[in-house]
Every structure is written in structure tokens, then in C-alpha cells.
Design a protein around this ligand. Sequence first.
Ligand SMILES: [Zn+2]
Ligand SMILES: [Zn+2]
Length: 263
Amino acid sequence: MSNEVFYLLFLFGFYTFTVVTYFAFGYAITWLNDRNPERKIQKGRGSDKRRKAEIRQSLASMFSACLPLTIGLYAQQKGWTPTPWGFSWWWAVPLFVLCMILYDAWFYFMHRLLHTRWLYPLHALHHRSVAPTIWSTYSEDVFDNFLLQSFSAVVVFVVPFPAAILIAHRLFEHFNGMIGHCGFEYFATSKARYPSPLLCTTFHDQHHSGFRYNYANYFSFWDRVLGTLAPNYDQRVKAFEDEAPGIAISPSVALMDAPEKAD
Ligand SMILES: [Zn+2]
Ligand SMILES: [Zn+2]
């Protein structure tokens, strides 16, 4: 089998896996959300009416999420990049964390560029979801998503990450992105607010509702340093931490009775 055929098969295989897990994880989180209405972040704001359009757009955009990774791996295989480090379990965690830190910086600055007058037309589609749901994760223009994900095609020219780290990172980002858009908060702890650089679902949810804040992906570092953190982010996390009841796995009568309000 030629290299080209192998990487084409990889691309379609990875895309298929992404689509299948998008639906499986999407329905699993929806099931959990239905049982935990108190954990909804934007209370009273219905967001399910865009679901069909979001899923349709996501099927296209998920492809552009898989393409840059395939390009990066192909470039490594062709020898166009520095020779990748060999994989070792000892280095797996530090390299994965390094990959997260670099991706977070890439995401922050690329995302800020997408909010400029010149590039915003590409990004506007993603912001139609003011109260995001799990189905909004990939509801974005294919070029918008390609720019954000092109990290995998570029970083290989700078840091010789082993292929396994790049693949594991894309998978992690897939699920992380879905949790970040699910509209319900399950991760509000002291680790998700100052002085910790970690964050929870409220962070990106506030980017959709407030638009000018919280551009980063994994860490609040860049937003804090460059003054783009939502002013009430830490308080919102603390409030969830203090007030949200335990996570329920039995159906909520309250939710079944409550009619959803439109946007
Ligand atoms: Zn944005
Ligand atoms: Zn988003």
C-alpha cells in the first residue's frame, strides 16, 4: 500500500471515528443533562431548536478537524519535518502537556484573529449558537475549524512530537470540545478558578453568551494575562461549586414539566 493510500484511509477512518463518537457521546451527555436541569449554565434560554442545522454543519466541519492532523502526520512520514521523537511512556505525559500548552496558545491567538473584522465572517456561524449545546461543538465554517485545528499540521515543523501524542491530543480535544459546549456544568471546582489555570464548561459557554471574553481552550492563562477573561468567571464557578446539587442519574420531573423558552 502506498503512503498516500494509507494516509487517505487514516483520514477517512479517523473522520468516521470522530462522527460515531460525536453522536454516542452527544446522546450520553444529553441523557445526563436531562437529569440535571439545575446544572444548566444559561438558565431559561432554550437552545435545542438549532440542533438539526448544527448537526448538519458538524458533519462537514468534523472533516476539517481531522484533515490537519493527517497532513501533519503525512509531512512527518515524508521527512519534510524534523524527525519525530520515538514514543516512550516515560515522556508521554510531559509531551502531552506540552502539546496542550502549545495548542492553547495557538487556539487563543487564532481565535482572537477570527474575532477581527477581517476574519469574523468565517467565525460568525459558530456564534449563532448563543447558548451552546453538545451539538454546537463543530457547528462552524469548515475553514474556521481548519484554521483552529491547523495546529497539528504546523507544530510538526517546530516540535517533533511522536505521532501517538498528536493523535491522542486530537482525540482529547474532540471530547474536551464537546464538554466545553454541552451547556451544563459538571466541572466547577476550585481547580477551575483562580489561582488555578484550569477551567470548566462555564468558560467557553461565557464566550458564546458574552462574545468578547474567554478565547482560550484549555487554560485561562492567556485570557487572564491579556485582560480578556469574563469579569465574573471566577464568581460563576464558585457559585456553581457552592450551589449545584449532586449529579443525578434518575429522570428530573421538574425538567419534564418546564416548557423551554426560545432564544
Ligand atoms: Zn469565538
Ligand atoms: Zn464554541
